[in-house]
Write a protein that binds this ligand. Structure first.
Ligand code: AMP
Length: 254
């Protein structure tokens, strides 16, 4: 599902369901699209048959949450974790600069993610307004129940966390990706995360100030191992179902 106002992306969501559940899921997605602060002028729901494509089964990344008192501390923590993933200082600074200032060429947020060389900070996505969107991922019914329980046990009840964790799990397994940085463009939502196979999903409570409508995602790649066509194909087309859940735990203040 994708909701927009003119060229401005408002929200999006991904589901993988059985044929029997298509109608109910479309209704849920429309309710979801209309729940935003700004009413969308355009809602698009696209339905594709997965057909003979192999569905990859994954376990969700382990989650750890860190409470940062302010944006400065939150971003310092994010930078540290990205450094552990092998992202250079230059690329970390450029990614934070782009997400803070509006990464699309129009100056606003992008619909998809930036693909950035983790060493040189060069942007590699061909369309710098749209970016690359990860698609075709969801939780199995059992994993959905399990992750809701585990997240609420550590006080995380917002649907955004569950959806972001699913996306980050698919992205972390992408060929060539070594880490991801995200914070939302929702003005009310200040949390964000760094995720990778190495660090798991590190949720940081504050990565931007309230009332700021800019955010986005940066997927950092190891250029020496990158096959861009294979990466984009995996992100956009290969279906991933999360059938098992990782650990979820609270950590001290940074
Ligand atoms: P959200 O977490 O929905 O607030 O999205 C924050 C930003 O992440 C958006 O403005 C997009 O730039 C990016 N984004 C959202 N969904 C996706 C996706 N499925 N794949 C890649 N990037 C995305």
């Amino acid at each position: 599902m994708r909701a927009s106002n003119g060229v401005h992306h408002i929200s999006g969501a991904e589901r993988i369901v059985s044929a029997d559940n298509i109608s109910i899921t479309v209704q849920e997605l429309i309710v979801r699209a209309r729940k935003t602060l700004v009413a969308p002028e355009h809602i698009e729901v696209k339905i594709d048959a997965i057909g003979a494509l192999q569905v990859r089964l994954l376990t969700s990344l382990d989650i750890v949450t860190l409470n940062a008192p302010d944006k400065r501390t939150g971003r310092a923590v994010a930078s540290h974790v990205l450094g552990q993933c092998g992202v250079s200082r230059k690329s970390i600074e450029e990614a934070i600069h782009l997400l803070s200032n509006g990464a699309a060429s129009s100056g606003g947020s992008m619909r998809g993610a930036i693909i950035m060389d983790a060493q040189s900070a060069e942007r590699l996505e061909t369309d710098q307004d749209r970016g690359v969107r990860a698609s075709r991922f969801d939780w199995s019914e059992d994993a959905f129940t399990s992750i809701n329980q585990k997240l609420s046990d550590i006080g995380l009840t917002h649907f955004r966390t569950r959806e972001a964790l699913a996306l980050a799990t698919k992205v972390a397994h992408a060929p060539g990706i070594i880490g991801e940085l995200c914070w939302s463009d929702d003005p009310d939502y200040t949390a964000g995360y760094v995720a990778s196979l190495k660090t798991g999903y590190v949720r940081i409570s504050v990565l931007k100030d309230r009332d700021i409508p800019r955010g986005g995602r940066v997927f950092f790649v190891d250029r020496t191992k990158l096959d861009m066509d294979a990466l984009v194909h995996y992100l956009q087309n290969e279906p991933v179902l999360i059938t098992d859940t990782g650990n979820c735990r609270l950590e001290r203040e940074p």
